[in-house]
Design a protein around this ligand. Sequence first.
Ligand code: CMP
Length: 138
Amino acid sequence: DVQRTLVLVKPDGVARNLTGEILRRIEAKGYRLTALDLRTADTPLLEAHYAEHVGKPFYAPLLEFMGSGPLVAVVVEGFRVIEGVRTIIGATDPTAAAPGSIRGDLGADTGEKVQRNLVHASDSPESAEREIALWFPS
Ligand code: CMP
């Protein structure tokens, strides 16, 4: 199926000047960018985005990190793009992420409570539609 997914180049990715490198890998795989916005996310948006993580030990540091500077929100379209982009990104833990993946090649493990792992992508069609509506309400 042709799907849409929400990708966020997180504040660490933008701060490290890796936005182009991250989006290059997604585009080179054949996926299309259909909306893109550089902004600093406010707390209500991040609370809505990360509602499923309330109560986890990394929740408060996660919200602080994600609001700490500009990020790039992108809608990406393509055949099986939800699974495909998550494969390109690699595992949550940058130390465990496979070489060849974005996190495996570029992710620095900082040992902090929250993984500053460069990029987010929706994990299911339901998450994708929910997240796209949050980040791109128009
Ligand atoms: P993301 O795909 O944006 O979804 C939730 C985020 O929380 C995740 O990327 C990481 O940044 C962070 N995260 C998830 N699990 C853990 C964990 N076990 N330890 C630290 N941070 C985590």
